[in-house]
Design a protein around this ligand. Structure first.
Ligand code: PRX
Length: 653
């Protein structure tokens, strides 16, 4: 975590005026919101009285081939089945139906490569490209229910392949291109896929990274795999090894295909995709999402949370390899009929103004990114944003980790001109849709994810499921089913059940949170990254927040390390920031010792003597996933001298 401060810390530092403020939306925003305060009040009322009726209303906004028999079949709970008996296909709603409306010739997808090249697709063009690939996949013999692995960098073909798979009723399994060949192999095996779609490589950080050799190695190492076709997208036109009778260039595959393709009629609960995510066990779990519920939850929440208007230009910086890419780059924006922007490369390439340059160039109106990205760019100060016209922005969003009040305020002020509503959305791979988030009309408290969205019920509870008193820390629980909820964990019913039986009667999100006197939620990190020091529980994120509120700390990660007497104590890994001048003596040792002392005191002061910091290691960067999450378990494994597999996602920024 970086530069995160809790309110007390920041008040102590004399910066309470900004971060303690409640930021009210501009009157214009409220007036024009898709869900204005009256709508919101009645939506919440309806959802409280009958959450099924609320979600049924949302489903009715979409097109179905056949209406459901039951909004929610909970007879086999926790195997909830939304819109049971309904027939649909998400691609019909994301593409097909737009071709009959004014959206037909509107830009659906704009893609920019890292070297500066770009490609644009109208809804009509995207529809045709998807149809051609759908026909080709059918001609390869791929049928409804089959799994297709996409090991793809951010390219238009990634979107096309996801949609083409879904269109024919196949199940896509996107594997982040930053994962290792070993991770790819495991996912191919786990899903029993026969077809893989990949690319020759991609540009990132000024370099061309080859991808195909990793696929070759993964397939060569696996004698048991089923893969008999590997489709390769030509990104750079470099020479790659093509295995006869297995590998085929994407362009050759689709060249002669027809522009129209039947959309497979799916049952609402037929699987749409499998996406692997990390669990507490360290073994990735294949989270399954299905057509009907997922499309309903995603469509409803993106429309209300991001207030999508016909003139918007939507940029979510996530990679399609994560749930944010699925819901907020591909399905959500396309169902909403907006223009979605996709960028291939690194935000610092060729320099730290790349994102501001793109916002300016395309007139991006909604920018959705991660706190890590913001913090990274914040380090470069205000000079770069000031060089670009960011006035097209009207909404900003963040996701994936807690955003500190200080980072929030910088983003809001420097990028959002203090005018854009800043939406911090809490959700997960498993939830599929946004769950706890402000809306365009909500008053905002920097660092809080606001309230559960209409139709979503959440609380902060203890291990037994009893609600925690106001402001007390507990587990985040989702207390009623929601439509975009996952419908299973691949080959692992016990793990699926665990989400629902860890705390009786609710969905256990694995997060620690507190709810304040206004019912606003504050996320404090994963339950599995909670330290227990002498029987006192402390969230790693909470400790990091305090450390990061210190003016010289850019980023910090805290892990629990064994302690003979107290069970566990805290060890911090700290990346010093640009204001790294805290003592006269310029030697590193003296500086480190002085800073360590200050940090110890700060923790003691903010959280009490229990928050004892055993040691601080100063480092250049922290290990992170590409999506920006700090890999505390990597630090912990290093600390304990254990092996940690599959951490090729670490991105040295
Ligand atoms: O710990 C929460 C954190 O990310 C976890 C979910 O990770 P993943 O399934 O990879 O999905 C991330 C993108 C939706 C959560 O359990 N998280 C996500 N959003 C937030 C967050 N923590 C704090 N604030 C958020 N807005």
């Amino acid at each position: 975590m970086q530069n995160t401060g809790n309110l007390n810390t920041l008040q102590a530092n004399g910066r309470d005026d900004e971060i303690e403020r409640v930021f009210r939306p501009l009157p214009r925003m409220v007036l024009e919101a898709n869900m204005n305060p009256q709508d919101l009040a009645s939506a919440r009322k309806l959802a409280e009285e009958d959450f099924r009726a609320y979600w049924e209303q949302a489903a009715l906004d979409l097109e179905w081939f056949e209406k459901w028999e039951q909004v929610l079949d909970d007879s086999q709970a926790p195997r909830y089945r939304w819109f049971a008996g309904g027939k649909c296909n998400i691609v019909h709603n994301a593409l097909d139906r737009h071709i009959r409306t004014v959206n037909r010739n509107k830009l659906a997808l704009v893609w920019e490569g890292e070297p500066g090249d770009s490609r644009k697709y109208t809804y009509f063009e995207l529809y045709r490209a998807v149809n051609r690939l759908a026909n080709a996949l059918r001609n390869l013999g791929i049928r409804k229910g089959e799994r297709i692995v996409l090991y793809m960098p951010p390219l238009p073909e990634t979107v096309i392949a996801m949609l083409a798979a879904a269109k024919i009723g196949a199940v896509h399994v996107v594997v982040f291109a930053g994962f290792s060949g070993k991770a790819l192999r495991e996912r191919i095996q786990a899903t029993n896929a026969r077809c893989i779609i990949t690319a020759d490589g991609f540009y990132r950080n000024g370099k061309f990274t080859s991808l195909k050799p990793l696929v070759d190695a993964a397939l060569a190492a696996d004698e048991e795999d089923n893969v008999d076709v590997c489709v390769v997208v030509r990104r750079a036109g470099i020479d790659v090894n093509m295995t006869a009778a297995r590998d085929i260039w994407y362009d050759d595959l689709v060249r002669r295909e027809a522009n129209e393709a039947e959309t497979e009629i799916m049952d609402s609960n037929d699987p749409l995709f499998i996406l692997h995510t990390s669990g507490t066990s360290g073994k990735p779990r294949g989270i399954i999402h299905s057509h009907g519920g997922y499309m309903t939850g995603v469509a409803d929440t993106i429309k209300s949370v991001f207030d999508i208007k016909p003139t918007d230009f939507f940029w979510c910086t996530a990679d399609a390899g994560w749930i944010t890419g699925h819901s907020a780059v591909v399905y959500g924006p396309l169902i909403a009929g907006t223009t979605t922007l996709m960028y291939e490369g690194h935000p610092l390439y060729p320099q730290a103004d790349r994102m501001w340059n793109m916002v300016d160039k395309y007139g991006v109106s909604i920018l959705y990114t991660t706190p890590t990205t913001i913090r990274m760019l914040m380090r470069y100060g205000n000079r770069f944003p000031a060089q670009h016209d960011l006035s097209s922005l009207r909404l900003l969003g963040t996701v994936g980790e807690a955003i500190s009040p200080e980072t929030w305020v910088w983003f809001h002020k420097t990028i959002g001109r203090n005018e854009c509503q800043l939406i911090d959305t809490w959700w997960q791979t498993e939830t599929g849709q946004f769950m706890i988030s402000p809306l365009p009309v909500s008053p905002l408290k920097p660092g809080s994810v606001n309230k559960p969205l209409p139709g979503v019920s959440a609380d902060v509870v203890d291990r037994k499921g009893k609600p925690k008193p106001t402001n007390e820390v507990g587990f985040l629980a989702i207390t009623k089913p929601w439509p975009a909820m996952f419908t299973g964990v691949l080959g692992d019913e016990a793990t699926y059940d665990e989400y629902f039986n860890t705390i009786p009667g609710v969905y256990f999100a694995g997060d620690v949170a507190r709810k304040d006197e206004d019912g606003h939620f504050w996320m404090l990190g994963r339950a599995d990254e909670v330290l227990n020091i002498a029987g006192h529980r402390l969230g790693a994120v909470e400790l990091e927040a305090v450390l990061c509120s210190h003016k010289t700390v850019a980023e910090a990660a805290v892990i629990g390390v064994p302690d003979k007497i107290k069970g566990e104590t805290a060890k911090a890994f700290v990346v010093p920031g640009p204001n790294d001048q805290i003592c006269e003596d310029p030697t590193t040792d003296a500086r480190d010792a002085a800073l360590t002392d200050e940090l110890r005191q700060l923790l003691r002061q903010e959280l009490g003597p229990v928050a004892e910091l055993r040691s601080v290691v100063f480092c250049e960067s922290l290990p992170k996933t590409r999506s920006g999450k700090i890999l505390r378990r990597v630090l912990k494994a290093q600390e304990l001298g254990q092996d940690i597999e599959d951490i090729t996602v670490i991105d040295e920024e």
